[in-house]
Design a protein around this ligand. Structure first.
Ligand SMILES: [Zn+2]
Length: 264
């Protein structure tokens, strides 16, 4: 599942292939917005939270969001793609001989850098994939956003997924960070003190940053602690891991009821 670490790795692979090179091919059958011109230079490739941005030198910025289904691949110009072409939502080719191909992303749009940034980017909280997000003042800023953005009744799990509080966490790190801190993801955020709030977002940032390279996500020497492990024994106490789906998008949470009790 694409979370902040996935996008960080995508940007790291696309950057040498595209950045600083001249645009030679651009296809985006469902693009919202203007198209960059062939012949202009690709100025910058960056990940912002779970968004991938490709800046073109004349001012357009291509934004993709992968949600649950999308992926970016990098190919040589004539290389065979691993997914069928009809699933491609953006093809960005450069005179480096490389192509970035984005498959199945539900969001593919351009905006102009000179204008207002799309709300979804402007409202993003601090990016937890950046090392600086572990500085005290950045974690303070994250915690200070919670009362404004998480109304009464919001659970810790929902607040962790809110990209306006901090950017980068998806279902995997939501579950893993709650386990690491020993808190039930269904706990109302109102019942969590500032010290615990700091701890849970700090752990999530550490976990994301520990997974910015390497093929497999790990928060534990053998892999993930709870995510995807429904019914399997907790790595700490041996009791079975539980899973529940919450919210209108049926977001899954995994937790150990023994190690992560609901506060009384
Ligand atoms: Zn346990």
């Amino acid at each position: 599942m694409p979370e902040g670490d996935t996008l960080f790795k995508v940007a790291a692979r696309l950057t040498p292939a595209l950045q600083g090179h001249v645009l030679t091919r651009f296809e985006a059958p469902r693009l919202r917005g203007h198209r960059p011109a062939l012949g202009e230079r690709i100025a910058l490739v960056e990940a912002r939270g779970k968004h991938l941005l490709i800046h073109f030198e004349r001012g357009l910025v291509l934004r993709t969001h992968l949600r649950m289904t999308g992926s970016w691949h990098v190919y040589r110009e004539r290389q065979r793609w691993q997914k069928p072409a009809y699933l491609a939502r953006a093809v960005v080719g450069a005179d480096s001989g490389w192509l970035g191909v984005c498959f199945q992303a539900p969001v593919v749009e351009t905006y102009h850098r000179a204008g207002a940034e799309p709300d979804v980017l402007a409202s993003l909280g601090p990016d937890l994939c950046l090392a600086e997000s572990l500085h005290d003042d950045v974690i303070d800023a994250v915690v200070q956003r919670i009362p404004r953005l998480a109304p009464t009744g919001t659970t810790v799990g929902e607040a962790l997924l809110d990209q306006r509080i901090a950017a980068g966490i998806g279902n995997v790190y939501k579950s893993e960070a709650c386990f690491a801190v020993g808190i039930d993801p269904g706990t109302p955020i109102d019942r969590v003190d500032d010290r615990t709030r700091r701890a849970v977002w700090t752990v999530a940032a550490r976990q994301l940053q520990a997974n910015l390279d390497g093929p497999e996500r790990r928060t534990h020497p053998t892999g993930l602690a709870v995510y995807g492990r429904r019914g399997q024994p907790c790595r700490a106490c041996g009791k079975p891991i539980r899973m529940a789906r919450h919210g209108d998008q049926a977001r899954s949470s995994y937790w150990c009821p023994a190690c992560q009790p609901m506060p009384t």
